[in-house]
Design a protein around this ligand. Structure first.
Ligand code: GTP
Ligand code: MG
Length: 202
């Protein structure tokens, strides 16, 4: 699938004010600075559709983008940004969990993980929370351009292996991406296109 049309619709702090249309929705979530907004821009082949920053904590709202007039990509605030107040962290956490519980049109979450890092509790906890609430998700490893091919392969293998060794019977689908080099874009968009198609068949 190619994204021919991408349009910013609305930013919200209030989940109830998110678009009411029953279109399939896919949300990007993960730690601050992992590259959620950059990946949305890369997929849409736009430089600044979603706002990005070298400093964590850039995205603070729920941002809906309508894609090909048929489905939504959602850019969410990051979790786990250390240099923010406890109350702000809590407010973000509440916003994020409320979003995932409330959005019935959500088809899948994409949990973004910086491919350079070993598994971190905060991500594992969040994936467990998704699983507990029966919210489907896939893992998207980001910033693949920052590692050489062998190190990249090892890092992904180590991550998935650790998941299998711990609480995960089945590892979720995963993608290896670089927004800079556009690695993995096609696989990710094909995956979404297949899910969209399967919904139409219902
Ligand atoms: P918050 O909105 O703060 O939660 O962050 P985010 O997850 O949306 O991250 P964002 O897309 O703003 O990117 C954070 C930083 O990582 C920016 O400096 C990006 O340029 C950089 N970045 C994102 N993706 C990639 C990538 O694939 N490769 C490289 N080299 N840098 C990336
Ligand atoms: Mg962002």
């Amino acid at each position: 699938m190619r994204i021919a049309h991408a349009e910013f619709i609305v930013s919200n702090t209030d989940v109830e004010k998110c678009p009411q249309q029953a279109l399939p929705e896919y949300a990007f979530i993960g730690r601050s600075n992992v590259g959620k907004s950059s990946l949305i821009n890369s997929l849409c082949q736009r430089k600044s559709l979603a706002k990005t920053s070298g400093r964590p904590g850039k995205t603070q709202l729920i941002n809906h983008f309508k894609i090909n007039r048929e489905w939504f990509l959602v850019d969410l605030p990051g979790y786990g940004y250390a240099r923010t107040s406890k109350s702000t962290k809590k407010a973000f956490q509440k916003l994020i969990t409320h979003y995932f519980k409330a959005r019935k049109q959500l088809v899948s979450a994409f949990v973004l993980i910086d491919v350079r890092h070993p598994p971190q509790n905060i991500d594992q906890d969040f994936m467990e929370w998704l699983s507990l609430h029966e919210i489907p998700f896939a893992i998207v490893f980001t910033k693949a351009d920052k590692l050489k091919p062998l190190a990249l392969k090892k890092s992904v293998e180590h991550y998935l292996h650790t998941m299998k060794e711990t609480s995960w019977e089945e590892v979720p689908p995963h993608f290896i991406t670089s927004s800079l080099k556009k690695t993995g874009n096609e696989e990710l968009l094909t995956y979404i296109a297949q899910l969209n198609l399967s919904l139409k068949g219902l």
